[in-house]
Design a protein around this ligand. Structure first.
Ligand SMILES: [Zn+2]
Length: 456
């Protein structure tokens, strides 16, 4: 089998750019919109029975595809005696084994795709474990994801969004498709953007919706701006844990609505907070259930458990019964004023994030560090697959980055330089390659931890 080198890994980027540089994709999405928009738009409002029927059919198809084409699944499902066409009922689905992140990391590249050419389009996630996994994404998944994204704007603004509006992403990297026929436009700013510059850009663009990290939004709110004056109606926050009282506080300060999105690279949109503050599952993006964290037995509605999900969009690296690692409570569909009939998620215990203190009253949000880590691949040519990181601030004027290496070589000088884009040059930065992260009392693993006392 062909070995996958540093260079091969870094070449993914170039190939993805080539794939997505022409207009053909916008046109495909336009055609899909003409055909499928009403059914995608209305999906959450049909009966839950219909939703489940659709899901079972889709899952059966994906499982068969994975079994026939993806070596990882062939082995995994052969071991339980699975045969093509076996998924006929939900009980059959229950019999499938759970997939772990480690399996995906170790299976890269040959075992997790049908053909290495599928790796021309990939995504990386480090998520709550801070360890990078690379998965291939199909074009179809990207198209459908794009259209479900448009629906998200309607859902989360109570239909105040219009296709002529602009959406601003303050995020890691731009989305593949940034407009369809001059409508559904999105703009992009990296989270490394200085807050004042971001505000300037918001003034100029007047986006109806901003999508960003809660810690980045908090920095904007410290500048005492009234975002509604710049045309902003709603801010969607994601990737980090934020609770409702935090969002209520920022809503007042910024004079806009703030709603939460719960998503991951592996499962795409998992649940969206509606304008009435209920989290509704995105049942056509992923099928989710919960299991007991110790026994891995399925938990009942209303009981907390670890989220296990199947991505219903992507076939390039199918994600089936994947252990997402977050603790949540799922429940039946409720009668919500927004009329969404998908199941609900009551509570999300995820990734509370710290900010890193760089000056007396100045902080850099955790999300900026996580974005830099993502950009080690995109901007700095570091093959991050299998790499694990953790930033710890023990005291002021100092930051430590712990790295556990993956299969590829990494250039520490480049990593160092990337971090100095976020922190002042007189701040000390230590990078340590370790076998395990240091045990930090009272802290479950988080990618960014600040142990600085407030009064320092
Ligand atoms: Zn609702």
């Amino acid at each position: 089998m062909k070995t996958f080198t540093n260079e091969d890994y870094l070449n993914i980027k170039k190939k993805a750019r080539e794939v997505f540089q022409d207009n053909i994709h916008k046109n495909i999405v336009k055609e899909m919109m003409e055909k499928d928009w009403p059914s995608i738009r209305n999906f959450p409002y049909q009966s839950y029975k219909k939703i489940k029927e659709w899901q079972l059919k889709r899952i059966s198809y994906i499982v068969d595809y994975a079994y026939e084409n993806i070596p990882l699944y062939r082995k995994k499902y052969d071991a339980i005696g699975f045969k093509k066409g076996d998924i006929k009922t939900w009980k059959d689905y229950d019999k499938l084994p759970i997939l772990t992140k480690e399996e995906l990391i170790n299976g890269f590249p040959n075992e997790i795709v049908k053909d290495l050419a599928d790796l021309n389009i990939t995504t990386r996630s480090s998520g709550s474990s801070g360890k990078f996994v690379t998965i291939a994404v199909s074009k179809d998944a990207i198209y459908n994801d794009t259209i479900q994204g448009f629906r998200q704007y309607y859902l989360q603004t109570n239909n105040r969004y219009k296709p002529t509006d602009t959406v601003l992403f303050i995020y890691t990297c731009p989305w593949w498709i940034t407009e369809v026929d001059h409508l559904y436009k999105s703009e992009f700013l990296p989270t490394t953007t200085k807050i004042d510059d971001a505000i300037k850009k918001i003034k100029e663009l007047r986006p109806k919706i901003i999508s960003t990290y809660p810690t980045y939004l908090e920095r904007i709110s410290e500048k005492k701006v009234d975002l509604s004056q710049y045309g902003v109606d709603t801010v969607i926050v994601h990737s980090e844990q934020s609770n409702r009282s935090f969002r209520d506080k920022l809503e007042k300060e910024l004079n806009v609505k703030i709603v939460d999105e719960y998503s991951s690279e592996e499962l795409t949109r998992i649940a969206l907070e509606c304008p009435y503050h209920t989290y509704h599952i995105e049942e056509d993006a992923c099928y989710v259930e919960t299991v007991n964290p110790k026994t891995f037995k399925k938990t009942k509605n209303g009981e907390p458990g670890i989220l296990i999900g199947t991505n219903l969009l992507n076939l390039s690296t199918p994600i089936i019964k994947y252990n997402q690692g977050d603790l949540v409570i799922l429940d039946k569909p409720t009668k919500c004023s927004c009329k969404n009939n998908c199941r609900t998620m009551k509570k999300i215990e995820g990734r509370f994030m710290d900010s890193i203190k760089i000056n007396k009253n100045e902080y850099v949000p955790a999300s900026s560090f996580m974005d830099i880590a993502y950009n080690w691949f995109l901007e700095f040519n570091i093959p991050v697959h299998g790499l694990r990181y953790q930033f710890v601030q023990y005291q002021k004027n100092e930051l430590t980055l712990y790295l556990i290496k993956g299969p590829f070589d990494i250039d520490l000088e480049t990593i160092k330089n990337s971090i100095y884009l976020l922190i002042p040059h007189d701040m000390k930065l230590k990078i340590e390659i370790v076998k395990e992260f240091p045990e930090i009392k009272g802290h479950k693993y988080r990618p960014v931890i600040n142990l600085c006392k407030e009064d320092e």
